[in-house]
Every structure is written in C-alpha cells, then in structure tokens.
Design a protein around this ligand. Structure first.
Ligand code: NAD
Length: 489
C-alpha cells in the first residue's frame, strides 16, 4: 500500500498536538494559551475567533527567538516556491483572471524575494553619555485585506514581512479568491506548526465579507491594518480610526519622447502591460507618445509582437469592455467582469478580430479622454495617445494618473525630460527605460512586495513597515572610547 503525504502529515500533526496538549500551545516559558485554537491551521469562519487565535499566536511568538521567525518564513517561502504550480493553478481556476504562467511565477518570486528578518537592523548611538539602541518591535495582530488580482501572492508577501517583524495576521481575502487563500494559509500554518509548535500565525476568514472586514477593522486586538486594493477599501481603511497602511489603486501612465529607443520601449510596454493580462497595479495602462515619433512607435509595437486595432475595432471593444455602474450622480463606467484580466485574443474577438492566441497585447490609438485612458481597466489593451511634445505628454500623464501617486514610466534618453516627469508625477514608483516590474527588483534593483503603500507613504512594504521603533538607553556605561567620570573633579 502506498502511504500518501497527506496521511503522513495528518498523523504527524496529531502526534504533535497530543504531545503539546490538546487545549493549547505551549510557550517557551512553559505556560499554555488556553483558548484551544491549535490545530485550526488558521481556518476561521468568524472574525472575532480569527483575531483571538492570531492574538494567542502572537503572545506565543513573542516568547520565541528570532530563529523561530526565520523558520516560519522559510516554510512560507518553501511552499510558495515548491507548490507554485499547484497553488497557481488553483488560483487561476478560482479567480478566472490573468495568465497561468504568471500566477505560478508570482508565487515563486514572492517566495524567493519578499524581504525577511534581514531588514531588521539595529541602530545605535554611543557617546559620552552612554549608549542608545533602537530596535524594531512588533505591533501585534495585523488585519490584512487582500485583492483578487493576486490573492495568495499578496498573502505570501504580507505574511513573510509581517511575521519577520514579529507580528501575526488575520486576512480577509477577496471573496473571489478566498479558496486559494484559505488553502495556502492552511499549508503554511501546518508546516510552521509541525516545526516550531506555533499555529495560526496567519489566520484567514474562509467566507470573507464586508462585515468580516469591518469586524477586523474594529477589533481592539488588531493593532494595525494593511489593505491592498482599490478606492473603496482604501477609503474604508483610512476612515477606520486605526493606524492603516494603504496600498491603493493606480492608473500608471507611460511617456515616450522623441529621444527614446522605440524598439526597447515597445518590448518593455508589452512585458509590463501584458503580464498576468494587466492585473498588476503597477502595469502600464496608457501611453502618451510625442507626435514626432508616434507612427514609428506604433510600428515598433507591431515589430515587438503586439497587434494593432483600428478605430472601429477599438469602438467595438470599448462597448464590451466597460459597463455603467452606480446610481444617480454616482453613475460611472467600470471595467466589465467578462473582459477584466482576459487574454488579448478574447479582447480582439470582442473587437471583431481573430488573432493568434499567443499574442500577448493588443493596442491602438485613442483620444486622451477615452475610457481606456482614464479608467484603471486591467485588460491587455493599451491605448496610445498622440501628444504635441514631451511637456504635453507629462501633463496628460499627470492628469490621468488621477493624483494616486502610484507608478509612472518614461522612455527617453534625455535626463532633463526624465527629471521633469519624475518631479511632476511624484509617484511612489518611477521607472526610466524599463518595464513596470523593474521597480520591484524584477529586472531592476531593489526588493519586492505586492503591497505598495502610496496614500499612507510607506512605499514598497518591508518588515520595517510592520514594526514600531523602540529605544533603549543606558546612561554612562558601555561607552568605551573614553570615561567622562574621570573628568568629574
Ligand atoms: P477591490 O478594491 O475590489 O478589493 C480589494 C479588497 O478589498 C478585497 O478583499 C475586497 O473584498 C475588499 N473591499 C472592497 N471594498 C471594501 C470595503 N468597503 N471595506 C472593506 N473591504 C473592502 O480590488 P481588487 O479588484 O481585488 O484588486 C484590484 C485593485 O487593487 C486595483 O485598484 C489595484 O490597483 C489595487 N492594487 C493595489 C496594489 C498596491 O500595492 N498598491 C496591489 C495590488 C492591487
């Protein structure tokens, strides 16, 4: 008989549970948490219970050495990488948006590159009066809201950074990505529990709703919230009365000036805008090209493999791509669920054209006031707008970024134009001559996170984002370069 990995896992878990005592988890000092959440592996139907379990887990984690945080994070990394194909496929099948290879790659990349405990460096000031040490302490339980666009990858990145900082977290995932969120969280917790005997470092609401999000926001045991999503959740977090880290929406513009390497610009725009069918919040959403090189840029896009749509095809696509939502004065256009995150070939079909299914991006010329320019649409169609000159391009980029100060890009060889745009846009991420993901260390320098906190200013989140600074001062001693007491008389 062949024994499956699941059977072995459940027997091992059962044994560990019995050894540690059914009612709770044993702390390093020998005391036990009494609420009996061990063995739940972070699976909860009720927000209050989830917060209570995360609170117990936090109390336990704070008694443990830094090495245990490292071990916990290593399990999250290992599972994200080694089970990326299975979990990525699960996410694709559940959310039905984006592209499978990128779902898999996102999990792997976050597993490999989300910043961990190495970010927690201590600062010290020493002098005649002694020694002051600044260390980074956890907040406690963090409430995390995650988007459908990267359900499990966002949890992976958040969990690595938050646990590195010594916190535990309760996640309210997007309802359309809740199953993969719960499955990933279960696997992470199970492995961590088997190794270090602490369960529920990450708790997840299995049937998330706006009510469960509100309960997490309100809970007295939640010290901090971190939301990753669109305008509604960003507003809700800012109005929650709690300290909030808000990774909000964007509508990243690209400017291409007359000095740009057009073939390189085209390759970068396709790489960024077509990634996971344009679901990235940092992805190139609209392009402003100076008139002098506009036609040459369109030709470069075709050479790089994108397919151009003409005016009437774009009109047909637009009619299918947006629907009116809201009531009365709040009526506005929003991306239609049928085309959001779908393949370029499906968008082309809606435009009345048949293209090779391997084509990653469709594009075409539009006016500046087109819905594809103004709305954060998350589809692999990119509108190109003709501009008088670079100043006009930057002005439009600023207008259609809507003041989110999220991400913008320029393709140029003129450092003055780069500087001018960087100053005008003032975005959290600004990429020169690369695809959007270069700003997250993927093809550029720096580190990675899928929670980019623009509105509240933390930028690309790290473990430090989720810590409090604490200062410990020792007066007169441990300053060894001189002894001020010798001069006392
Ligand atoms: P969404 O705003 O529809 O949902 C995001 C999360 O917020 C979900 O879990 C949802 O259930 C929850 N939510 C929505 N309204 C809420 C409310 N009033 N109270 C509490 N929770 C609420 O977004 P989405 O479609 O899942 O993801 C795409 C959006 O997220 C885009 O706008 C994108 O730019 C943004 N995003 C930003 C970042 C970043 O790092 N800044 C990263 C990824 C996605």
């Amino acid at each position: 008989m062949q024994i499956s990995e699941d059977i072995i896992r459940s027997v091992v878990t059962q044994v560990i549970r019995e050894v540690r005592g059914q009612v709770g988890q044993t702390t390093a000092s020998g005391s036990t948490c009494s609420r009996g959440f061990a063995g739940k592996f972070g699976q909860f139907d009720n927000a209050d219970q989830a917060v209570a379990a995360a609170r117990d887990a936090f109390e336990l984690l704070r008694t443990r050495p830094m090495e245990d945080r490292r071990k916990a994070i290593d399990h999250i990394r290992r599972i994200s990488i080694s089970q990326a194909v299975e979990l990525g496929t699960m996410e694709m099948n559940e959310t039905k948006i984006g592209r499978l290879p990128h779902k898999i790659e996102k999990l792997k990349t976050l597993g490999e590159r989300a910043p961990g405990t190495e970010f927690l460096t201590t600062q010290a000031f020493s002098g005649d009066k002694g020694l002051a040490v600044i260390e980074h302490a956890p907040f406690g339980v963090i409430g995390a809201i995650t988007p459908v666009t990267h359900s499990l990858p966002t949890i992976t990145g958040n969990a690595v950074s938050m646990i590195a900082g010594g916190n535990t977290l309760v996640v309210n995932p997007h309802p359309s990505g809740r199953k993969v969120a719960a499955e990933g969280v279960k696997r992470f917790n199970q492995a961590i529990y088997e190794d270090i005997g602490v369960d529920n470092l990450i708790c997840v609401i299995r049937e998330p709703s706006l009510e469960s999000a509100a309960a997490i926001f309100k809970s007295r045991d939640v010290a901090l919230i971190c939301v990753t999503g669109g305008p509604a959740v960003a507003r809700a977090a800012l109005n929650s009365g709690k300290r909030a880290i808000v990774a909000g929406p964007g509508n990243p513009p690209v400017v291409v000036d007359q000095t740009a390497d057009l073939d390189r610009a085209a390759r970068c725009i396709i790489q960024g805008a077509a990634y996971d069918n344009n679901l990235l919040c940092i992805a190139e959403k609209e392009v402003f090209v100076v008139a002098e090189v506009f036609d040459a840029m369109m030709a470069a896009m075709e050479r790089a493999g994108a397919v151009a749509l003409n005016n009437s095809q774009i009109s047909k696509l637009t009619a299918a791509a947006f629907t009116e939502v809201g009531e009365g004065t709040h009526k506005h256009l929003a991306p239609s669920k049928e085309l959001l995150g779908q393949d370029a070939a499906k968008l082309a079909a809606a435009a009345g054209v048949t293209i090779d299914p391997k084509v990653e991006l469709v594009f075409g010329e539009t006016r500046e006031d087109h819905p594809f320019v103004s709305i954060e649409q998350m589809m692999p169609f990119v509108p190109f707008v003709r501009c008088r000159d670079v100043d006009h391009g930057i002005e439009l980029a600023k207008q259609y970024e809507h003041g989110y100060r999220h991400t913008s890009m320029i393709h140029s060889r003129d450092v003055r134009n780069m500087t001018k745009m960087a100053r005008a846009m003032d975005t959290t991420l600004f990429v020169k001559n690369g695809p959007c993901m270069a700003a997250l260390g993927l093809g550029g320098e720096g580190y990675l996170s899928f929670s980019i906190a623009g509105p509240t200013g933390e930028g690309v989140t790290t473990p430090l984002t989720f810590t409090r600074e604490r200062r410990c001062s020792l007066i007169e001693d441990l300053w060894i370069l001189g002894d001020p007491r010798l001069n006392d008389h």
